[in-house]
Design a protein around this ligand. Structure first.
Ligand code: BJW
Length: 233
């Protein structure tokens, strides 16, 4: 049985209409994402940061998973727990497509994080008006997303899956943010085959064994159908 870890980034959701971070039409246009996606930016100007995430949360129901998200859900249907999808995305398109074995390493737009008690309630409303935390009542909720300098979620689970996987696949990520940017090299060091599916090749530190260049909506379904055909007895 082939054990796989698939790492996804903003590129997989781009064709659903969710903007990527870097590049011409990047989400933080005119700013370096490294300067604004920080706890310091939130401390300095919480209203701007809360309004920014409120707008992105409100836009989520307007977008739909695309054929790449759906293909990964089909792959899980075929190989089950041998697939772990690790997403850097804070949207909910993987789960809406049907992926269950999923880690949101940079958090989720549809959760809030209470700075008073640490609760992470599911959250669909705005945060700008400082609503009370459902767990402790304090009005100290922030978006449950991981900013620069903060610890991503479930790193142990991710690394344990990578060191035993046979294949590591990176989809639609620029490979510019650590620790995710180091995962392909980690997988390769432990003997996995590494594959990149991206609109443009990323700046990988260690070259991938295979690179397919083009839109995720085309390459991911093709790659998944190949994997399912190989898996079929
Ligand atoms: C398509 C497409 C189509 C387009 N089809 N493809 C060394 C080791 C460890 C840490 C560091 C280190 N050096 C520096 C650090 C610190 C820092 C870091 O990485 N800095 C860099 C600037 C160098 N990292 C951190 O601070 C992280 N925490 C941390 O390290 O904790 C301590 C620790 C230490 C040691 C071990 C473990 C931990 C936290 C990083 C948090 C990142 N947060 C953000 C914001 C989240 C909230 C939000 O959504 O607003 O996460 S930043 C932003 O970048 C977001 C993304 O998840 C992340 C990655 O971006 P992504 O997904 O790659 O998007 P883009 O836009 O960059 O690229 C899009 C790609 O899609 C491109 O390649 C296109 O070609 C492609 N594409 N259309 C296919 N149709």
């Amino acid at each position: 049985m082939t054990r796989m870890v698939v790492l996804t980034g903003a590129g997989i959701s781009a064709e659903s209409g969710v903007p990527t971070f870097r590049g011409a039409d990047g989400l933080w246009e005119g700013h370096r994402v490294e300067d604004v996606a920080t706890p310091e930016a939130f401390e300095t100007d919480p209203d701007t940061v809360l309004a920014f995430y409120d707008a992105r949360r409100r836009a989520l129901p307007l977008v739909e998973p695309n054929s790449a998200h759906r293909a990964l859900a089909r792959l899980e249907g075929a190989i089950g727990d041998d697939l772990l999808v690790v997403t850097q995305n804070v949207d909910d398109l993987h789960e809406r497509a049907g992926t269950g074995n999923l880690v949101h390493m940079h958090g989720e737009l549809l959760r809030a994080l209470c700075l008073a008690c640490g609760a992470r309630p599911v959250w669909h409303d705005d945060l700008i008006d400082r609503p009370p935390c459902p767990a402790c009542g304090e009005r100290m909720l922030r978006p449950d997303v991981v900013w620069f300098g903060e610890m991503p979620y479930e790193l142990d689970r991710i690394e344990q899956a990578i060191v035993v996987c046979d294949m590591f696949v990176s989809i639609g990520t620029s490979g510019s943010v650590y620790p995710a940017a180091g995962y392909a090299a980690l997988a390769a060091a432990f003997g996995a085959r590494t594959v990149e599916l991206n609109l443009e090749p990323s700046d990988a530190v260690v070259p991938f064994d295979e690179v397919r260049v083009g839109p995720a909506s085309r390459h991911v379904p093709e790659w998944v159908e190949e994997r399912i055909a190989i898996h079929r007895p």
